[in-house]
Design a binder for this molecule. Structure first.
Ligand code: ADP
Length: 254
């Protein structure tokens, strides 16, 4: 049985193909067309595995761009896909924190990976991956460099919650000669505080996993763990958790 799961996110589209038990994954920038991004994922997965399109039994799609992608056999919510992906990787997880490009979520899951409760912030860019991308640009860095560049010992607190005001605050902080690494630590702390507050409102049960592209950033991981006072598990392919879940649900006809 061959199936594909695709997660078309606001920043990047991720895909997983499962072919008789073996997995292959790929990622492309979503760009302006979620439909083209989804198609690119299918093309790359088929190319890399030398599988023909008509050999694929089912394609399930999730993510913010899922409604624009008509090729899929089924669309599924990101909440359900993240829960399924994590349950496969770490059955002991009870709370998932997911931070992607334009939203953050906290999902509580049961012993079988079923969704018990969730909370989501998609109203405001603060505390999301986009927020970090904007701030990295102000600091003259790529978002992938933030984690390695922070200096928690020189933390400069960021008080503005709004992305536009936080940007001005950073420009002002740099102008006063504050160290970049300290400003970055402050940014990570502000993202950590926001998501931790959302998690605490819902109730955090251990163990806790952190997924989505922002989980690649070690600084944000450290900040979330500190705010929650718990150990946090980040899957090796944290950005692909939703795509993995979609592929598993396609396999199970879920
Ligand atoms: P979406 O599903 O909304 O497209 P993702 O889960 O793919 O979002 O996460 C995208 C975010 O992940 C980016 O906005 C960025 O902040 C962060 N990110 C992506 N790649 C990296 C990286 N190599 N290092 C650190 N952060 C990253």
């Amino acid at each position: 049985m061959i199936v594909i799961g695709i997660d078309i996110g606001s920043v990047s589209a991720k895909g997983y193909i499962i072919s008789n038990g073996s997995h292959h994954r790929t990622i492309v920038p979503t760009g302006w067309s979620p439909r083209d991004a989804g198609q690119a994922i299918i093309d790359q997965l088929l190319d890399a595995t030398r599988i023909e399109r008509d050999q694929v039994e089912r394609i399930y799609v999730t993510g913010y761009g899922r409604v624009a992608f008509e090729q899929a056999d089924k669309t599924i919510t990101e909440i359900k896909c993240h829960a399924r992906g994590i349950a496969e990787l770490y059955p002991e997880i009870r709370t998932i924190i997911d931070i992607g490009g334009q939203d953050s979520k906290v999902i509580r899951i049961g012993e079988m990976g079923q969704v018990l409760d969730f909370a989501m912030n998609d109203k405001c860019a603060a505390g999301t991956g986009r927020f970090l991308q904007v701030m990295a640009t102000v600091l003259g860095l790529d978002v992938s460099e933030l984690g390695g560049a922070e200096e928690p010992g020189q933390m400069q607190m960021i008080s503005s919650m709004c992305t536009v005001f936080a940007e001005s605050e950073i420009i002002g902080s740099l102008a006063r000669g504050n160290p970049k690494g300290g400003i970055i630590a402050g940014l990570h702390q502000s993202v950590g505080k926001r998501v931790a507050a959302m998690a605490r409102r819902m109730g955090v049960r251990e163990q806790v996993a952190f997924t989505g592209g922002v989980a690649i950033n070690q600084g944000v991981k450290r900040a979330v763990a500190k705010e929650l006072g718990t150990r946090i598990i980040v899957p090796e392919a944290c950005q692909y958790t939703g795509a993995l879940g979609a592929a598993l649900l396609a396999l199970e006809k879920g």
